[in-house]
Design a protein around this ligand. Structure first.
Ligand code: ADP
Ligand code: MG
Length: 404
């Protein structure tokens, strides 16, 4: 598992464990958790720790309170939801540091959980302040990180506080992320293909350079395709474009050609004059987008081509929707390929999906079970695929230390 210590290797009986979790969940006006996926995702590691007799402290951020104590971003609703999901007593601390919290932590007994208030109520969390880090660390004897979504940030709870612990382990969720994303980067079953789309080309182009080395085919779709088309000199009408990335896009294509890597762009696109369901659409060649029209989905020929590549693959990595899938008129590319990938998974391929919107797209189709691994981290999974060492991962103990 990428050479890092796992929570399974820790001797936790009777010890206080600080676990960084990702409880950045959506709340409604009545302060109720509207989607508890992330809370349920943490239950496996929580169960393991409590079964082994740990005293467990859980900490997370929620939203962007920017160092203010914002009542509406408090974690109490999460504590309530968690209490419905686990059979262990749960205490809730009104803050994440300070005397009261310390006392609650010191009085924990094995099998109990203490959930701390939103870490980002203190600006020192994101500024990775050493004193704040030390205060967090003073609460526990062992450290576990199970929040992959923030592992690309060097914050007090993901990086600063870890310096105070001899043993720093990956939780089961984080471990699974490293196993699947790492496996994909290092040694995917061949043939391997990647599917990149969505809007944020700035964050995604650097991934291509690294990812393509281990892929047999990389297919581009979504809004980012039009930056490539414009860079190649085509007229793209009103389509989404990031002019600042055009030069790099061109370079990426040149490098791929030079190294004989197969990069594919859409061969047809669905265009419209406005982003509205039921509006008049046309399917055209990428060379034929008229002024005033914009490309909003990949066309049927592209779907066919990309499907063939996916079906012939043993590994598939997907990040970024193929079109404006939120609007039914432009959802066909994303939905069709999601179904093809799910079928390919059923035939034994390893399939990995990352990216907030991409995951939302397959969730709305109830297809999350059709993927081998659904990555919880948007930015984190991209930075990982780019080949960067994530600070929250680098901070964990090496696996060999687990043996001593
Ligand atoms: P992810 O969150 O999966 O990483 P991004 O955030 O990069 O994906 O992009 C998702 C957004 O891209 C979606 O909201 C989708 O509507 C938009 N998008 C996809 N294709 C196009 C397009 N052709 N034109 C404009 N927006 C697009
Ligand atoms: Mg997104």
């Amino acid at each position: 598992m990428f050479g890092k210590m796992s929570v399974r290797d820790l001797d936790v009986a009777g010890k206080t464990v600080f676990m960084r979790v990702d409880y950045n969940v959506p709340l409604n006006e009545r302060q109720e958790v509207t989607d508890d996926t992330r809370i349920r995702a943490s239950l496996e590691t929580i169960g393991l720790l409590l079964d082994r007799g740990a005293k467990l402290i859980l900490a997370s951020h929620l939203g962007r309170p920017k160092g203010q104590h914002k009542l509406e971003l408090g974690l109490k609703p999460v504590a309530d939801r968690l209490a419905e999901l686990v059979d262990h007593p749960i205490r809730f601390a009104q803050d994440c540091v300070g005397d009261e919290v310390k006392e609650l932590a010191d009085n924990l007994i094995p099998g109990e959980i203490l959930l701390l208030e939103n870490l980002r109520f203190h600006a020192e969390e994101t500024s990775n302040d050493p004193e704040f880090s030390a205060a967090l660390a003073s609460l526990a004897e062992l450290y576990v990180n199970d929040a992959f979504g923030t592992a690309h940030r060097a914050h007090a709870s993901t990086e600063g506080m870890t310096k105070h612990f001899a043993q720093r382990a990956a939780g089961l969720l984080l471990e699974r992320e490293l196993t699947f994303l790492g496996g994909f980067l290092m040694n995917p079953n061949r043939p391997a293909c990647g599917l990149l789309g969505g809007a944020k080309i700035g964050g995604k182009l650097p991934v291509i350079e690294n990812l393509i080395k281990n892929l047999d085919t990389l297919m581009i779709g979504g809004g980012m395709a039009f930056t490539f088309f414009k860079a190649l000199g085509l007229g793209i009408g009103e389509s989404m474009v990031d002019e600042s990335m055009m030069e790099i896009a061109l370079q990426t294509i040149r490098n791929a050609k030079k190294d004989k890597h197969d990069i594919q762009l859409p061969v047809d696109v669905v265009i419209a004059r406005e982003i509205a369901d039921g509006t008049k659409v046309q399917v055209v060649l990428p060379t034929d987008i008229p002024d005033g029209w914009m490309g909003l989905d990949i066309g049927p020929k592209t779907i066919e081509r990309y499907s063939d590549v996916i079906q012939a693959s043993k590994s598939v990595f997907w990040n970024g929707p193929m079109g404006v899938f939120e609007v039914p008129s432009f959802a066909r590319g994303t939905h069709s390929l999601a179904k093809v990938i799910a079928e390919t998974t059923a035939q034994g391929a390893t399939t990995v999906i990352g990216g907030g919107d991409s995951v939302a797209a397959i969730t709305s189709l109830s297809l999350t079970d059709g993927f081998t691994h659904v990555s919880t981290g948007g930015g984190a999974s991209l930075e990982f695929m780019e080949g960067k060492m994530l600070p929250g991962v680098a901070a964990l103990s090496d696996a060999k230390e687990a043996m001593v």
